[in-house]
Design a protein around this ligand. Structure first.
Ligand SMILES: Cc1cc2nc3c(=O)[nH]c(=O)nc-3n(C[C@H](O)[C@H](O)[C@H](O)COP(=O)(O)OP(=O)(O)OC[C@H]3O[C@@H](n4cnc5c(N)ncnc54)[C@H](O)[C@@H]3O)c2cc1C
Ligand SMILES: N[C@H](Cc1c[nH]c2cc(Cl)ccc12)C(=O)O
Length: 517
């Protein structure tokens, strides 16, 4: 029976894969994870999708088990600053879009919104975030809203099963290296063999399938299925099996990042419960508040900015707290492998593909890949249909997310540097260009967004279009004839709910401090 897995790589991808497959198949699966002692993990990757809770649930972990160990916080949205113009911001929150009489509330808002802030008028979360609050009450219960009802109970579903159901109101932010450490202990305690050694060589058999990996000190390690979690190197899939890599650089030019981990007194600073993406002259800076430090980094395109200038800008942005903190410069391989499963090798994580972290999709890609591999796990006959199904779903997720990210740059009103001007004239995927034309007449819905599962619901597209401000949008003509009373009542209900929540929820920092005991 095919049950022996060799995972090469011990970053987030390697350990998420090892722990999930142990939880899924227990002692019936034999897993060896080998990670180099001298090639480090990329070590960033701190913000997630809300769907990640399905992963922790699958492992049988509660928030109080893993969050304190990973300095984790809640993320209620991505906050986009200065993408439209200096001083402007808006949220892309984890909150379902309401609909009134068959039209999304944003459509009613375009017709006659109460203020010029679609996010505050249409979502309660925008004001909850501004106030630095936790979406859980002091007793740990989740905010009560029709849009999260039953959400805790749905955690046992896979992400694809969960699509279109209740929107969970938050995701997580954590120290990626601490999560990898936590999952190492989890996996090893459940029988995963952990080898710290460098893989020197990958051996292929006469059919070109992987027959083993050779390490410096532990000799050959062999298995049935090899999982390549070696990061941007793609040691097994891209190097040994020579699988081509499809670059997305023509449409997403950001290929570099410089990151800082800045220790900070978060009790004094307070926690804004979101990831902030602040537009810069040649890219954007992320700010992720964790317990005890802030993770930050400038994502930029080397065609427009040198690494030295990027680091200088980032240090100025952070201020004196960053003075003694070493910078981590990263070159990013943007795109995806033509196929992520080839012969008896499956690449998961950066070796499979990556897009810039603007919507925190790296860990989502890993989680999705793991769920799909568990579903399509090969039998002794290596049925090629399973490989095809798997490869199609991975390609769709990444190509769909690529479209969503390109939309951010096309829709951003900012136009003050060559970088931002070029973003408006650069070629974009043809399918996206056609969709944007439709969205100018009718806001995105399930019929007009990327048609395959890629994690993002239509309301996410609405947020980006409405927030970025560079594309003219019109309300549906039908709304000029429709009675607005129900929509006005909905806007009022949101104002009332916002008032209640901002008066009753605890501060995010206080909630985590209590969880840590
Ligand atoms: C700038 C940046 C910001 C990001 N931000 C986010 C974010 O906010 N949210 C998000 O979801 N994702 C984010 N990501 C993506 C996230 O970091 C990755 O998806 C995640 O860390 C997974 O990485 P990995 O495990 O695939 O690779 P890596 O972390 O690079 O791990 C590679 C592993 O392979 C091992 N290895 C390599 N060569 C060998 C060898 N020869 N022998 C043995 N072992 C070997 C290394 O030792 C290491 O353990 C970000 C990525 C970047 C670059
Ligand atoms: N799968 C969804 C994707 C999603 C829904 N709303 C948001 C908001 C932000 Cl900032 C990122 C992703 C999503 C989920 O994770 O809930």
């Amino acid at each position: 029976m095919l049950n022996k897995i060799v995972i090469v790589g011990g970053g987030t991808a390697g350990w998420m894969t090892a722990s999930y497959f142990k939880a899924a198949f227990g002692d019936r699966i034999d897993i060896t994870l080998v990670e180099s002692g001298h090639v480090g993990a990329v070590g960033v990757g701190e913000a997630t999708f809300s769907d990640i809770r399905h992963f922790f649930e699958f492992l049988g972990l509660k928030e109080k088990d893993w969050m304190p160990a990973c300095n984790a916080t809640y993320k209620l949205a991505v906050k986009f600053e200065n993408w439209r113009e200096e001083g402007h911001y808006f949220y892309h929150p984890f909150e379902q879009m309401r609909s009134v009489n068959g039209f999304p509330l944003t459509d009613w808002w375009l017709r006659n919104g109460p203020t010029d802030r679609f996010d505050k008028d249409c979502f309660v979360m925008a004001s909850v975030i501004d106030a630095g609050l936790s979406p859980r009450k002091e007793d740990g219960t989740l905010i009560d809203s029709p849009f999260v009802e039953g959400a805790d109970e749905m955690a046992g579903l896979t992400m694809v099963e969960h699509q279109g159901k209740t929107q969970f109101p938050y995701a997580y932010q954590f120290e990626a290296s601490l999560l990898a450490k936590y999952l190492t202990t989890y996996s090893v305690e459940r029988g995963v063999k952990h080898v710290v050694d460098h893989v020197e060589q990958v051996t292929l058999d006469e059919r070109g399938w992987i027959s083993g990996v050779t390490t410096t000190d532990h000799g050959d390690i062999t298995g049935d299925l090899y999982i390549d979690c070696t990061g941007f190197r793609g040691l097994l899939l891209n190097k040994a099996l020579e699988t081509p890599f499809i670059s997305y650089k023509d449409t997403l030019p950001n290929d570099s990042a410089v990151a800082l981990q800045v220790p900070m007194d978060m009790e004094r600073r307070g926690i804004l419960p979101c990831t902030t993406a602040t537009a810069q002259d040649a890219g954007w800076i992320w700010t992720i508040p964790l317990m005890g430090r802030v993770g930050t980094g400038y994502v930029y395109a080397k065609d427009y900015l040198s690494p030295e200038e990027a680091e200088r800008t980032l240090r100025e942005f952070v201020g004196p707290a960053a003075a003694d903190v070493p910078a981590n410069h990263i070159t990013m391989r943007i795109g995806r492998s033509e196929n992520s499963w080839v012969k008896n090798c499956v690449a998961i994580g950066l070796s499979s593909g990556f897009v810039e972290p603007l919507e925190s999709t790296g860990i989502f890609f890993i989680h999705h890949a793991i769920e799909q591999l568990a579903k399509n796990f090969p039998g002794d006959d290596w049925n090629p249909v399973q490989r095809e199904l798997y490869n199609d779903s991975i390609a769709h997720v990444m190509d769909g997310v690529r479209e969503f990210l390109v939309l951010h740059y096309v829709a951003a009103k900012r136009n003050d540097t060559q970088y931002w001007r070029d973003a408006k004239t650069r070629a974009i995927p043809e399918s996206l260009a056609a969709r944007i034309e439709k969205w100018k007449t009718q806001l995105p819905d399930s019929e007009t967004v990327f048609p395959y599962y890629h994690g993002l619901p239509p309301y996410s597209y609405m947020c980006i279009l409405l927030g970025m401000g560079g594309i003219d949008l019109k309300p549906s003509p039908a709304l000029a004839l429709a009675d607005p009373t129900a929509a006005e009542r909905e806007f009022e209900a949101i104002r009332e709910k916002t008032r209640q929540l901002t008066e009753s929820l605890p501060k995010a920092y206080d909630y985590f401090a209590r969880m840590r005991g």
